[in-house]
Design a protein around this ligand. Structure first.
Ligand SMILES: *[C@@H]1O[C@H](CO)[C@@H](O)[C@H](O)[C@H]1NC(C)=O
Ligand SMILES: *[C@@H]1O[C@H](CO)[C@@H](O)[C@H](O)[C@H]1NC(C)=O
Ligand SMILES: *[C@@H]1O[C@H](CO)[C@@H](O)[C@H](O)[C@H]1NC(C)=O
Ligand SMILES: *[C@@H]1O[C@H](CO)[C@@H](O)[C@H](O)[C@H]1NC(C)=O
Ligand SMILES: *[C@@H]1O[C@H](CO)[C@@H](O)[C@H](O)[C@H]1NC(C)=O
Ligand SMILES: *[C@@H]1O[C@H](CO)[C@@H](O)[C@H](O)[C@H]1NC(C)=O
Ligand SMILES: *[C@@H]1O[C@H](CO)[C@@H](O)[C@H](O)[C@H]1NC(C)=O
Ligand SMILES: *[C@@H]1O[C@H](CO)[C@@H](O)[C@H](O)[C@H]1NC(C)=O
Length: 276
């Protein structure tokens, strides 16, 4: 079952090397309250089952002290019960060779609010029917072979500040309720097969700084409601967008906007910020 992956092994070797020479802190400080704090048995079980299901190549036997073992990929909060109890709050499992479908054990990690499974070989539908994502902050799913429509249940993911579903073959339209996700700062749905128009509700995302919808099959124009936003970057490259680029756009983009490979009317080049 255990496969060894060169990239992971070499980064672990590097970490050990750095530990050995004292460049990084490899143990919590001796008096750190988290040193003796442990995971509840159910979270330990869910974490172990999850890593086994995903064929996580290097899964050391997860124990209740997993949070004090300095695994780079497991983030914990150990302040519960006077700092005696830990909870798993984040998993960074990007750039591995995880396969299969994200399993239901994900929903059993009740304190998880951050998941990165970018650049793996996951397939099937997006997770969600089994996890309550309403308390989640960050989700990054990229370069996997997920399929299906943007599912209805993502309506509940409204606490997210960072959402990346990139290069995952999802289709359907961008749902209008995404405008209710008031904390969203970073949105990338690039390299999928999304169609329909850019919903005008995106203009309600008052915290949004970066939007990347490039390389989909979006049509229609840039909604006027987006002039309410103050964006740093906007990538709409490689869609079927058309019409006139709104005159307010260059002023509203701090850094760069790429509108190339669409069907926009020529004209607006806007101070070099708009690549058309
Ligand atoms: C951790 O546990 C050890 C052994 O049970 C004990 O000696 C030590 O005082 C504990 N440390 C803290 C910070 O509670
Ligand atoms: C994990 O546990 C199994 C059996 O419980 C044991 O055979 C194996 O050596 C352990 N592996 C590690 C890396 O501790
Ligand atoms: C936490 O510590 C305080 C002060 O030491 C104590 O009064 C309280 O009962 C402790 N609570 C728990 C849940 O252990
Ligand atoms: C990804 O998974 C599929 C089976 O689901 C397999 O055929 C393929 O070889 C895997 N690709 C990589 C790069 O591991
Ligand atoms: C999800 O969590 C939120 C906040 O904790 C709660 O209000 C909501 O009822 C939960 N939803 C489900 C379906 O469990
Ligand atoms: C998309 O993901 C595949 C692997 O699933 C990868 O080979 C390809 O380079 C990725 N494309 C982009 C544009 O990121
Ligand atoms: C965008 O910036 C303008 C000018 O600084 C400000 O008045 C406006 O409230 C900002 N809008 C948002 C959504 O932050
Ligand atoms: C792109 O969207 C148009 C409608 O706007 C549709 O006719 C076409 O089939 C779509 N192409 C793909 C590859 O999904």
């Amino acid at each position: 079952m255990a496969k060894l992956f060169p990239k992971l092994v070499s980064s672990l070797a590097l970490l050990l090397l750095l530990c050995q020479f004292g460049y990084v802190a490899c143990q919590p400080p001796v008096n750190s309250p988290s040193r003796n704090a442990t995971l509840p048995a159910d979270e330990e079980k869910a974490l172990e089952d999850l890593l086994i299901k995903l064929e996580w190549g290097f899964h050391p036997n997860i124990s209740r002290s997993a949070c004090s073992s300095n695994f780079e990929y497991i983030k914990c909060d150990c302040t519960d019960e006077n700092s005696t109890v830990c909870h798993v709050t984040g998993l960074d499992l990007g750039f591995n060779e995880l396969t299969g479908q994200l399993p239901p054990q994900l929903g059993e990690l009740k304190y998880l609010n951050h998941l990165d499974v970018g650049s793996n070989n996951l397939s099937g539908e997006l997770p969600g029917n089994y996890a309550n994502f309403s308390t989640w902050d960050q989700l990054r799913v990229a370069g996997n072979r997920l399929t299906g429509q943007v599912p209805k249940f993502i309506a509940n993911w409204n606490g997210l500040s960072y959402l990346v579903i990139r290069n995952c073959s999802i289709s359907g339209e961008i749902p209008p309720y995404i405008g209710d996700w008031s904390r969203l700062k970073y949105l990338s749905l690039a390299y999928n097969m999304l169609s329909g128009q850019i919903p005008k509700e995106l203009g309600d995302l008052s915290n949004l700084k970066m939007i990347d919808l490039s390389f989909n099959n979006l049509s229609g124009g840039i909604p006027d409601s987006m002039k309410n936003l103050n964006l740093t970057k906007m990538f709409l490259t490689g869609n079927m967008l058309s019409g006139t680029v709104p005159p307010w756009l260059p002023r509203k983009i701090k850094d760069t906007a790429d509108l190339s490979y669409n069907n926009f009317d020529d004209g607006q080049k806007g101070e070099g910020k708009l690549n058309m």
